[in-house]
Design a protein around this ligand. Sequence first.
Ligand code: ATP
Length: 328
Amino acid sequence: MTSVLSTPPGAAGSIAAMSPLLQVDHLSKAYGPVRAVEDISFAVRPGEIYGLLGPNGAGKTTTISMICGLLQPDGGRIAVAGQALAADPQAAKRLMGVVPQELALYEELSAAENLEFWGRLAGLDRRTARARTAEMLAALTLSDRAKDPVKTFSGGMKRRVNLGCALLHRPRLILLDEPTVGIDPQARLNILEFVHGLRADGVGVLYTTHYLEEAEALCDRIGIVDHGRMHAEGTLRELQDRLGDQGIFVLEGAWAGAQPDTWPGLREHYRVLSHTDRQLVVAALSERDPADCLRELLALPVRAENVTLKRPSLNDVFLQLTGRNLRE
Ligand code: ATP
């Protein structure tokens, strides 16, 4: 994939490039009685894709809106490239590219006109905006549709143009708010590949999503948010290890009406992660020999027909942390 954001020579090796591009400390925001964001902290480093993963209403958009200066926080601190956002919002905004959840495109204008327009808004002169537009259309594999009105584009193509609009001025920090909502799997794949390419250019990416698969496949580190709070953060591996590095047991059987939480043999040694009519998912509370676990689990009052030992998925981690299933 063509590089669309290459930084000037010398910039990549400097100390400033090694410190976080975005530092969020104890951020909070309430809308009347609704505590949309409560005491959220995280950092995004250069060349890193940081995923904020949470269901609808978790507070992701509110967090992004505060970082890009659209909303005033009630508390906490945001720094961009080491500078407090509040001290010089304009300087911070020059370093950022923001891709909002809602498409911000003029449907009657062509793809090229939309890109040029946003490039000019970001402060590029006409010539540079035009040159960057051509580069961006190529990188988005949309050169052949450059002159067509955006209203004739598919949802996925519009999402790509929306993404390109935020990148014309070569931002070092990119905020992407659920950029794949409502598009087909192939279009989603195109966007994920494009975002992957951004990381190779050394930018920092903040990526919000409620799709577990995206967070698993794309993000270097993931922050799990729910009801405005950060429940855990880390690499996928670190998050999975929270459930023990021995894996979890998935037991299939006739569990309808059973109350596994009340079985002493189970409660003493396992945490029940989920329980449905057909499936019981448990994790051992301490390091155990899997063969011993298997023997114990097969001796439960309701006999399992099938037992699988697997590495916890991000969904299992989400379930354990929040008590609910992100897939529901
Ligand atoms: P989604 O992807 O559905 O937008 P989200 O994780 O981005 O979810 P937010 O949009 O930040 O979540 O919303 C967090 C909480 O704040 C929700 O309870 C939401 O209803 C509430 N909220 C968001 N915007 C406003 C507003 N302008 N006025 C009042 N409440 C709001």
